[in-house]
Design a protein around this ligand. Structure first.
Ligand SMILES: *Cc1c(COP(=O)(O)O)cnc(C)c1O
Length: 374
């Protein structure tokens, strides 16, 4: 038995999703072209706004982020990135590598984006054309105040690019409520597809205006969009099996109640997980008010009998794969709430973890959380 993946993706998928890959498709076959059209329409449905077009791209999520930045920020533009974790930092690195003018608005890893600071920064620098923000910072599991960020960016007359990789499909992001130009997502997170496909949802106005901006042929969002508009096809070999799996996963997403239904199940998982971890004497990194229902960061027990590698292996023996921490300053580990995971699975995981901690004699379990004060 393969372990249940309690990770930020790739995730444990449904049998129907995996079964959809047991077939070879001709990429120019009209039935496959229809499948691509169906996938794009379902992706567009996630933002509930007809102004946005979905542009799928081969690759992992970072490919879509790189394509979004390189294709929508004009060569003479300037990007301001709100940073409170590794994925914000990655956008700064991408923009820099592409030769775009870029600045970082740095925050601590446990601090949500400070909209007052963002507003002051924009007011003071009229050369910034675009702002980028991560919806759920998967580094910690922190939820950024996306609606407030969008309001400030819009009021200042700039365009907003969102990395909603670990949120899209489970946390609402309606074009009517959040003024954004584009959002990057991937098949293998809250949509519960398999890895190999990413996408950008962008306004047709922004896509239409972006011809010639891209730094790269294969990551040229405008060219990919234009080809899909022309004949519904990818420019280069599409990941056919991955698209077929996503088509199946999106059908389940709809029958699970769409974004609201998916988000409610993950929220159930989160509540069960956080309560259970605390009952075991463990401490979460974030206060509940900042915690997204995607992935939970746990402070590693200070007890010297705690060893992440050994606990990881013991959990795999019992059917669960957790995830290492990614914080720069603190020793942590992470447990995901997303994928084909239900509260009953979380209960089983908690009981396995409790047994392992007891067996190993990890008694000193909870350091003080950074938000608890002295
Ligand atoms: C997963 C993720 C990405 C993309 O990571 P890949 O490894 O390229 O798929 C980007 N941003 C966030 C916030 C993510 O969670």
């Amino acid at each position: 038995m393969e372990p249940l993946l309690l990770t930020p993706g790739p995730l444990t998928t449904a049998p129907e999703t995996r079964a959809a890959m047991a077939r070879d498709w001709g990429s120019r076959d009209p039935r496959f072209v229809a499948l691509v059209g169906r996938v794009c329409a379902a992706l567009e449905g996630l933002v509930e706004d007809a102004r946005y077009a979905a542009v799928p791209l081969q690759g992992s999520g970072t490919f879509a982020v790189e394509s979004m930045i390189g294709s929508l920020v004009p060569p003479e533009g300037k990007l301001l990135v709100c940073v409170n974790g590794a994925y914000g930092k990655r956008m700064v690195a991408i923009a820099g590598r592409l030769g775009r003018s870029v600045e970082a608005l740095e925050h601590a890893e446990i601090e949500p984006v400070d909209v007052a600071r963002l507003e002051a920064c924009l007011a003071q620098d009229p050369t910034v054309t675009h702002v980028a923000v991560v919806h759920c910072e998967t580094t910690t599991g922190l939820l950024n105040p996306i609606e407030e960020v969008a309001r400030v960016v819009q009021a200042q007359g700039r365009a907003l690019l969102i990395d909603a990789m670990s949120a899209l499909g489970a946390l609402p992001l309606r074009g009517q409520d959040v003024a954004f130009e584009a959002v990057a997502g991937s098949a293998n997170k809250c949509l519960e597809g398999v890895p190999g496909l990413a996408f950008v949802l962008a306004t047709e106005a922004a896509l239409g205006a972006s011809e010639g901006y891209a730094h790269s042929v294969s990551l040229d969002l405008h060219a990919q969009w234009a080809r899909l508009c022309k004949d519904g096809q990818f420019r280069f070999t599409p990941p056919t099996h991955v698209l077929a799996a996503l088509d199946a996963a999106l059908a389940q997403h709809a029958s699970d109640g769409g974004v609201a239904g998916r988000g409610a199940r993950y929220e159930d998982n989160r509540r069960c997980l956080v309560e259970g971890l605390r009952a075991l004497g463990l401490q979460t990194l974030l206060p509940d008010a900042l915690q997204a229902p995607i992935i939970v960061t746990v402070l590693s027990p200070p007890d010297r009998r705690w060893d992440f590698g050994e606990v990881y292996a013991a959990l795999v023996d019992r059917g669960f794969a957790i995830y290492p921490g990614k914080l720069t300053e603190m020793d942590t580990f992470r447990v995901g709430c997303i994928g084909q995971v239900y509260a009953s699975d979380i209960e089983r995981f908690l009981s396995a973890l409790g047994q392992i901690l007891d067996e190993r004699g990890v008694v000193d379990r909870a350091p003080r959380a950074p938000w608890e004060g002295a």
